[in-house]
Design a protein around this ligand. Sequence first.
Ligand code: MN
Ligand code: MN
Length: 457
Amino acid sequence: MKTENAWKKYTDKKEIFDFCGAYKEFMSRCKTERECIAEMINMARKAGYRDLDEITAQGIELKPGDKVYANNMGKTLAMYIVGQEPMEKGMRILGAHVDSPRLDLKQNPLYEDTELAMMDTHYYGGVKKYQWVTLPMALHGVVVKKDGEVVQVVIGEKEDDPVVGISDLLIHLSGKQMQKNAAEVVEGENLDVLVGSIPLTDEEKEPVKAQILELLKEQYGIEEEDFLSAELEVVPAGPAKDYGLDRSMIMAYGHDDRVCAYPSFMAMLAQDKVEYTSVCLLVDKEEIGSVGATGMQSRFFENTTAEVMNAAGQYSELSLRRALKNSMMLSSDVSAAFDPNYPEVMEKKNSAYLGHGITFNKYTGSRGKSGSNDANPEYIARLRKVMEENQVAFQTAELGKVDQGGGGTIAYILANYNMEVIDCGVAVLNMHSPWEIASKVDIYEAYKGYCAFLKEM
Ligand code: MN
Ligand code: MN
């Protein structure tokens, strides 16, 4: 039952390094769900995908082989390649999420304290708060002005950009802090970002804050009230990097879950004519429960599939339900890689290992599989066969030892349509920390596995 190290399959590693080089660039550029979706729509359009809204507005009929995408509020993307078979025979769906843990600015974030300008945050997703202090941080997001103008903000990524950050207490005065348990060492309300310290000339009241507001007005044309309608995320600053002396891994912010979203997306771009309709679904809000209009629980995917079927002259309520029920899905999300520093939380036979290929998780959940989609063995058997036939390195795992903790994904939500779903994805170290680690060969095997799934399942 042992799995092989996937690197051994490759005498020439160029295809892996090339694929991962492009991923690294993507990760350096795209640090919010909006940035990911905008970039992917750009790439999809270049690859011949058309906007479903335009197709429906113009009454264009979709034919097998046609490629369309639907953009949901700039934060969720659904891509389709219409299959040769009628859609009611089922789709092959690759799903992943593009939101990642981070710190969001509050709606009223800016204040001055002891002549320092600070911004208040509320963290998003599950984070070990103590990991997010004393790091160079960048500000990414949008500010929407009252007239509807959307101002894009990215500060902290260019070579000569300033960065911001969150302070931590000096060790010399940390006697009390060091006695606290790790959940309380850094508290949520103490994750405020330091953004400035020069007072505005001739300003009496909060002159440092005034100086920052002046600067924002000058560079972005925004005023303090505009923070009310903004989505600004504080994320680790700087590019993704090769990791390890042998460059076998990538350190990046937001591998969870772009390390699955990107190969899913690229596998979709690699397809042309497909027997069954191919779908790539990249969603938002997974880290906070898949809620909201852009989360997996939204009706967006169902509605969009109805539109695609309608444009292809295949829609009826019953056909839509059959299309969903007869589908198969890979719900891709990161898995915990075995960490030699922390072997005690893992059960070695059922752990994911860096470099051993794409990971399949029959189930996730916690405390007796609670909250999990438990994939059917009949489905897993078919997947095994297709992965083996296509020389895709894969491994199986669960998230740590029984009763050690756990986690959830979007798998169970798609399974509500009565389709076959399994959790799979890429194993990472440092999950949910500012800088996560993934193996290049795993990323590439995931891509190959996704291609095989779309073509041959
Ligand atoms: Mn995830
Ligand atoms: Mn996560």
